[in-house]
Structure formats: structure tokens, C-alpha cells
Design a protein around this ligand. Sequence first.
Ligand code: NAD
Ligand code: ZN
Length: 345
Amino acid sequence: MQALKLVSSGKMELQDVALPEFGPEDILMKVAGAGLCHSDLHLLHAGDDWPFFGNTVGHEGAGWVEEVGSAVEGYAKGDAVLVSVIWSCGHCRACIQGRDNECQVNGSRLQFPTTPGIGPDGAMAEYLVVKARHVDKIGGLDPVKAAPLADAGVTPMHAINTARARLTPGSTAVVIGVGGLGHLGLQILKATSGVRIIALDSDDSKLELAKGLGADLVLKSDGSAAQRILDETDQYGADAVFDFVGIQPTVDLARAVIAPGGALRFVGLGGGEFTFSVGIGQSMPWGMDVQMSYGGTRSDQQQVIALAQQGKLGVEINEYPLSDFQRAFDDLEAGRITGRAVLIP
Ligand code: NAD
Ligand code: ZN
């Protein structure tokens, strides 16, 4: 079968490899589509010390069950499934508490938990082997359109779920970056809360998309954006801010507009820095809580699937044949993708 390998810093190759072997608890999935995440660009450029050269990339995968291991129950050939982005242990204290994206066994204090395509072989291939306990059935959803839900849907869902207490009707939520993650985050906010949504991007076509998806106000992410958001909120600030970019200008913007008691969620991995002093002359509003959000839980995934099945969450997809992966990566890097690119083997 064909599989897209990250072979060295900045270099990928489509290779012919043997069909992967699978064990009793595994599913062999025929990949329908694999979403292309901005994180794939980060790891492509992670440098020579990247520990997983030679592995298949792609952490957003969906497809059809091709074969099941001897101990697998409840799945049959042809079932459409979505592969979880977090391959947690399922039995540590964090997993038992429903924090499987903070797994103690398959992750560690500074290391995110096992993620397909960032360690184990991922979904940019014709077939993928995954433990049956890391997939969810998606029923009648088209797995090509559903693939990005695994991360671009689940990760915003998690960040939003951890901010639920601030998302009451009458509140204002700010979405920074209406890309793959942001355009789904916006829809999740719209479908599951009564907040007013202000969406920001540096690109006009993304702002058009945000408008079409129901943002109450769209703003160009520039030097005047922070003051505009403060003006819109009587200078109190936004009750929740979701930064899906994470570069210094967006981190600074998030800091400048968060309200007292506000939920600040950093999701984008652009390398921006966030510091604050603790004391009477404090630099941030009292009560603000900050989280660096990684992926999401199985529960978040099932909520995302449910919303998609209800027609309340849809991925704007751009399809590319797997063989044309370079064009897809180039388009993403150049900002030419509105929504999500999906590679089709
Ligand atoms: P994307 O390329 O699809 O979208 C990024 C969006 O940000 C684009 O619409 C772009 O126009 C916009 N943007 C760029 N500069 C901006 C600025 N200054 N202000 C406002 N908007 C700006 O990327 P994506 O796949 O949605 O990923 C977004 C980020 O989230 C990446 O850094 C990615 O690595 C990260 N990520 C994190 C997690 C996690 O678990 N924490 C999971 C997936 C992705
Ligand atoms: Zn991702």
C-alpha cells in the first residue's frame, strides 16, 4: 500500500510499504480521508531532532473497517469509523476521570499522549491499524468529510467544554483564527451556547467564511482589534477567548481582551509567549483562567460526531489525492485553504 512518510526535516515521501499487521484487539481500517492539520506543518519543520522520522503522518483519519482482530466485538467490515486523535491507556487515574487527553501512561508531564501520525503510523496511507477502543462509529456520515472532526472538531470542542461556565447567553466569546480548527470551533459555539461570537482572522476569505457560519461580528486581526473588542464589551472584555493561532500577536490580543473571570484557551501552537506577574499590581484581570489545551477526550469526540449527525457541524473540505500531497501542504502553508484539506488515498 502507499503511505506518506516524513523522511527527514522538511521532506516527505510517498512510499510503497507492506500492508500493516494487526493484533487481536486491532481494526484494520481502509482510509477514506486524512485531514491535513497545521500541526503537520509544524512537525515537518520541527528540525533534525524530530524523533519519528520514517513514520506515516496524518492524525485525522476516518474510513471503513476492513478487518477486525479476533478479540474485537461490535465492529464489522464496512462500518464507517473515526479514529481518535488520542491513544490513551484507558485505565490510569487521568483516563478514569475522563481526562484521557492528559493520560498518565501514554503521555507524561511535558509530553502529549500518544497520537497517530505523530509517533505511531497515521492516516495518510491506504490502510491504518488502530485498537478498536480508539475508534467511534459515525453511522451514515461520509468518512471523507468526517475525517477532520478527529482533531479540528475534537480539539475546539474540548477547549470550549472546559470554558462552559463562561459561555452563558449574554456573554461574548472571541475566536482568533478561522482556519481548520477555528471554523469548527465557531460552529460548536454557535450550536451549543447562546454566546455572542466575535471571529478574527488576518485573511478576508476566512472572515467571509466566519460570517457565513454565523459569527455575530468578524474583525480583521490587526492592531485595532483589541480596542474594538473592548468597545464591543463596554470595556469589560470577552468572557472566553479561543486562540487557534498562538503566535505572539494573537497571544497579545487574547491577553488584551480577556475579561475578569474569563476563560483563556490557547490551542494554536505558533510559539507565542504568555507571562504574567502575580501581586497587587497584577497585569491580568482577577479570576482569569488560562489553559493550554491539547486535543480532546473520547467524550468530546462523541459530542462532535453527534453534532455532525444532527447537521449542526460541517467541515468545509478541500479534497486532494494522496499522490498530490505536496500541493496540499503547499496550499496550507500559503494560507490558500479555506476550511480543511483532506487527502484521499
Ligand atoms: P490553519 O492553517 O487551518 O488555520 C490557521 C488560521 O489562522 C488561518 O485561517 C489563518 O489565516 C489564521 N491566522 C494566521 N495569522 C493570524 C493572525 N495574526 N490573527 C488571526 N488569524 C490568523 O491551522 P489549523 O489546522 O486550524 O491549526 C491552528 C493551530 O492550532 C496550529 O498552530 C496547529 O498546530 C494548532 N493545533 C493545536 C492542537 C492542540 O491540540 N493544541 C490541535 C490541532 C492543531
Ligand atoms: Zn492536529
